[in-house]
Design a protein around this ligand. Structure first.
Ligand code: ARG
Length: 458
């Protein structure tokens, strides 16, 4: 495609340089925002008397048609154009003639691309938030279903204390609520219009930046033109927020992979979200969770890549800044895919409560409660502790758990043991005794569910 900036130079660029320079392959996804921005720009130019009202109408109608044509597949974006801005302007001029050449008055691709990026990433952020909400809903619904299902809670991956499976899932709901909060916060700083900063220094035309920004739904305009065209903090922030979200999904992935193993057998994923092996017929692999865990690394790379591209860049626009796109688009797409797969995967996950309970029993995680029982009956804690330890050792050697050891056996260790001991060491009772705010008791799990639902409705 002929170069619109040909003038000082002939516009003859070597084919390989042309390809290297082009961003249309990845910025074409911003066509809607680019055109929306141009429509607002034409309206502003007309309001200020910089172009005629009739001219603006022609530009706006044609721009809207171009947008619709692309969406409907009637117009294919020509990848020989340098970038989406050039493509749209060339197509416009092709359709409406010379008046199309008036659109780029009082703006530059530098403020235009900054505008497109902000608008596009705000839309992406909304989509990520919506998908995160769906996953929180899936987790929270599961949590409600298993608000009294005992599992071993772990520290150091060693069985530590009995907890409710619902309590464990809700820990992830809380993380994801914070992720949404961060994304919403990031949007506040994205919501600043750079258009009208022009190439770097503003313009001699009598523009109305506030009007143009308001047409596009921005709350504010950038107050320094150099900063307006070169600020990419919002890209960094969004990348950080997505990277954090991925970190959370990756931790959940790791747990799902462990829980799905024969060794744990706490959950079984639906066939719809697992794969088999091409050689081992017995296999059912948690590929989705593994992929999410793996892709998290790439998203971290996207964040570091952006930081590195910006490091040491002098003001204002430098072509390095074209590198702000692929990484953040990749992160947006990756996190959205991950969320879209995770919500139904969690919703259809089968929970094997019996296995969880057995694992909790074999962990002797109620041994402290056994010692407390004797202490309550008057024995000094040190002695209770020693007796409980000996009983645990006997159980291990003889294939018992504390719940199944007969009372006669208990009595061999201490006369203080009575039938009521079984109530005290019942795992469900142990967990329900932890009813401090945010604790694992069923009552607390119910409160957490109510809290999450309220947050989602805010
Ligand atoms: N494709 C460019 C980018 O993504 C648009 C801005 C070009 N500006 C310029 N002065 N060459 O950054």
């Amino acid at each position: 495609m002929a170069k619109m900036w040909a003038g000082r130079t002939s516009g003859e660029v070597s084919a390989i340089a042309d390809r290297f320079n082009a961003s249309i392959g990845f910025d074409k996804r911003m066509y809607k925002e680019d055109i929306e921005g141009s429509i607002a720009h034409a309206k502003m130019l007309a309001k200020q008397g910089i172009i005629e009202k009739a001219e603006a109408d022609i530009l706006c109608d044609s721009l809207q048609e171009i947008s619709d044509d692309i969406t409907q597949g009637k117009l294919v974006i020509d990848e020989s154009a340098e970038d989406i801005h050039m493509f749209v302007e060339a197509e416009l001029t092709k359709r409406v003639g010379d008046v199309g050449k008036k659109l780029h008055t009082a703006r530059s691709r530098n403020d235009q691309v900054a505008l497109d990026m902000r608008m596009h990433l705000m839309n992406q952020t909304d989509e990520i938030i919506e998908k995160t909400k769906s996953l929180i809903e899936a987790l929270t619904d599961k949590a409600a279903e298993y608000k009294s299902a005992i599992m071993p809670g772990y520290t150091h991956l060693q069985r530590a204390q009995p907890i409710m499976f619902g309590h464990h899932l809700l820990a992830y709901s809380m993380m994801l609520l914070r992720d949404i909060d961060r994304l919403q916060d990031c949007k506040k700083r994205m919501n600043v219009s750079p258009i009208g900063c022009c190439a770097l220094a503003g313009t001699t035309y009598d523009t109305d930046r506030d009007y143009e920004a308001a047409l596009l739904g921005f709350d504010e305009v950038a107050m320094n033109s150099l900063d307006g065209v070169s600020d990419r903090d919002f890209v960094l922030e969004l990348l950080f927020d997505i990277a954090t979200l991925m970190a959370h999904l990756s931790r959940l992935s790791e747990e799902i992979i462990l829980w799905s193993s024969w060794e744990f057998s706490f959950v079984e994923l639906s066939d719809a979200f697992t794969t088999g092996s091409s050689i081992m017929p017995q296999k059912k692999n948690s590929d989705m969770a593994e992929l999410v865990r793996g892709k998290t690394g790439r998203v971290y790379g996207d964040l570091i890549g952006m930081f590195t591209a910006l490091k040491g860049l002098p003001l204002a626009y430098n072509k390095d800044m074209q590198e702000d796109k692929e990484g953040v688009f990749d992160a947006c797409d990756t996190v959205q895919m991950a969320l879209a797969v995770f919500a139904p995967m969690i919703a259809t996950m089968k929970v094997k409560t019996e296995n969880m309970k057995k694992a909790a029993q074999r962990g002797f995680i109620n041994a402290t409660d056994l010692a407390d029982y004797l202490t309550k009956k008057g024995l000094p804690f040190r002695s209770s502790y020693k007796i409980s330890g000996e009983i645990v050792a006997y159980c291990i050697d003889n294939g018992y758990v504390l719940e199944t050891l007969p009372l006669e056996k208990y009595k061999e260790y201490s006369d203080l043991f009575e039938e009521d001991l079984y109530e005290d060491i019942d795992l469900l009772a142990c967990a329900n005794r932890r009813n401090s705010k945010g604790g694992t008791s069923t009552k607390s799990v119910e409160e957490q569910i109510a809290y999450v639902k309220e947050k989602l409705n805010e």
